[in-house]
Design a protein. Sequence first.
Length: 188
Amino acid sequence: MSSSSVITPEDVLESLMNDGTIDALRLKIINQLKANEELKSTTIKMAEESKVLNTPGAEKQTKRELFDALRQELEGPVLEKASKSVWELILEKEGLGKEINETVERVFCRLSGREPPLFPSPNAEENTMVIEKDTETKENNDSSKTKPKKRSLSEVNPSESNDEVATATTKKKQGDSSVVSLESGKTP
């Protein structure tokens, strides 16, 4: 798509469906619902308190009859609670809600030809502090050291033979500017 065309929500949704992102997000939502202990306990409590199971003669019904009656009684309220839990996951500022927002934004930017925003990592402040501490430690170590000793070319690159070292030294003496100056460590 060109950057001048208008990107619709349907375009973004289609892209998310085609690349498998929707399926991956759906799986994450399902796994989080399965792990939701509050939702589990509420559903169990609703089943235990159901009219169907507490009606005299319920023990004489077949499992299929009980299941169908329970489903008819509890399907609406259980799905309503599950739906609320899903919306809480989708709308939360951190976790899955944040991941969904960032994913949609990235796809929109990709489709419109814009640069995606740089989302700070959750540990960005911690990482910055660690980097600053490492830099400070290195600076302290560097200032306490004496002058660095000069190394010969053979120490720097031991795979080169002595002939190559001699050739480089000879070329330097002859003024060949393509040879790196060993004393200064700079290229001409």
